[in-house]
Design a protein around this ligand. Structure first.
Ligand SMILES: NC(=O)c1ccc[n+]([C@@H]2O[C@H](COP(=O)([O-])OP(=O)(O)OC[C@H]3O[C@@H](n4cnc5c(N)ncnc54)[C@H](O)[C@@H]3O)[C@@H](O)[C@H]2O)c1
Length: 337
């Protein structure tokens, strides 16, 4: 049995507690929540779980093997470092940290102490993303050409991070998981419609050295909720609509061939439209898969699907996007190391 401690019982924490509580090989031993007024509600649902108001008391509890951190992003690094140094395995909420240097340091500590360090990039564990991975790896879509995601709604304005840091980690982790080649640079623009200067609408382009390109549209100020991604390959095209209850993925047998007329310096394009295929997807709750993977990797000393290096790659793009926004969309090269 892996003994789990969870820090943060705000919006997302309760989902983690519920999913960790239903694992066969793990048990939630303790919770830390600094808002003590939340404690009676927690003990009513989970009378068997110890509750702390100070996360250091949870981290120093010798009975705890692993710590799950579901607090605001600015606190991820400090809490994860404290937990790793105390010899605990760590599952961090997304995005991993507020900077590349912080993520790298956590990875080094985890490696040196042989501990599992994982990031809750929940979408990797969805039936939809697993199916897309299977189709792409099975060469059903062909050579990938573009990834275009829209994640907009009337969202909760975050006090510490902009809309890209809040929403794009989902799409960036999916992209990183599906596409094997590495991004080269980022151009991003965004605006803040509040006095704190934190962007609530932002657009980001991630550039690659081959002919693949990725674009992200994120907003907390859209009257409609859209969660859609287009992935284009040279054989087929895929539409992923996460708001569809079951038919989340459609594969279009659509494409184009082009020939050039060198003499006239013209491109001629032939379009092809064929059948649409809707695959059946697993409906297991993604967060159950996250909790299972974390515990399984602790028990069997394995690397999780949402491993820390993937979390770091996401933070590298986010940090570059922030620099680009502050420089009016200037191209920022993503560090390779
Ligand atoms: N994976 C997902 O799909 C997903 C979805 C939503 C949020 N998140 C992530 O989860 C994290 C938390 O987001 P949220 O929306 O739940 O935030 P929140 O502000 O609603 O909740 C955070 C809770 O942590 C508590 N807290 C903060 N520091 C603490 C400390 N040191 N000790 C004890 N308690 C502490 C706060 O009192 C608060 O109740 C963020 O990183 C966010 O990006 C992930």
């Amino acid at each position: 049995m892996v003994n789990i401690g969870i820090i943060g019982f705000g919006y997302w924490g309760p989902n983690l507690v519920r999913n960790f509580s239903s694992q066969k090989e793990g048990v939630v031993l303790a919770l830390a929540e600094s808002r003590v007024e939340r404690h009676p509600q927690i003990s009513k649902i989970y009378p068997e779980i110890s509750i702390y108001s100070d996360s250091s008391d949870l981290i120093s509890n010798v009975a705890i093997d692993a710590v799950v951190i579901a607090t605001p992003v600015f606190s991820h690094y400090r809490l994860a470092k404290e937990a790793l140094l105390a010899g605990k395995h760590v599952l961090l909420e997304k995005p991993m940290t507020s900077s590349v240097d912080e993520s790298k340091e956590l990875i080094e500590i985890a490696k040196s102490k042989n501990l599992v360090l994982m990031v809750d990039h929940t979408f990797l564990y969805t039936g939809a993303v697993q199916k897309m991975k299977e189709l792409i790896d099975g060469n059903q879509i062909g050579a990938l050409k573009y990834f275009d995601s829209t994640r907009i709604n009337l969202g909760l304005f975050q006090p510490d991070i902009n809309v890209l840091w809040d929403l794009a980690p989902h799409d960036l982790s999916i992209l990183n998981y599906l596409v094997t080649f590495k991004p080269y640079s980022v151009n991003a623009t965004g605006v803040s419609h509040t006095k704190n200067g934190i962007e609530n609408v932002a657009y980001m382009t991630v550039n690659y050295e081959n002919d693949f390109i990725a674009h992200f549209n994120c907003s907390w100020t859209s009257p409609v909720k859209v969660r859609s991604t287009l992935i284009g390959g040279d054989a087929k095209m895929l539409v992923y609509n996460d708001l569809e209850p079951s038919e989340k993925i459609r594969i279009y047998d659509t494409g184009f061939n082009h020939t050039s007329d060198e003499e006239k310096n013209r491109i001629m394009v032939d379009y092809r439209t064929g059948d649409v295929f809707i695959p059946k997807l697993s409906s297991q709750e993604a967060l159950f898969g996250v909790a299972y993977d974390f515990i399984d990797c602790i028990i069997h000393s394995k690397e999780p699907l949402a491993h820390a290096e993937l979390g770091l790659e996401v933070v590298k793009v986010l940090e570059a996007s922030q620099k680009s926004i502050k420089n009016k969309g200037k191209e920022i090269i993503i560090p390779t190391t």
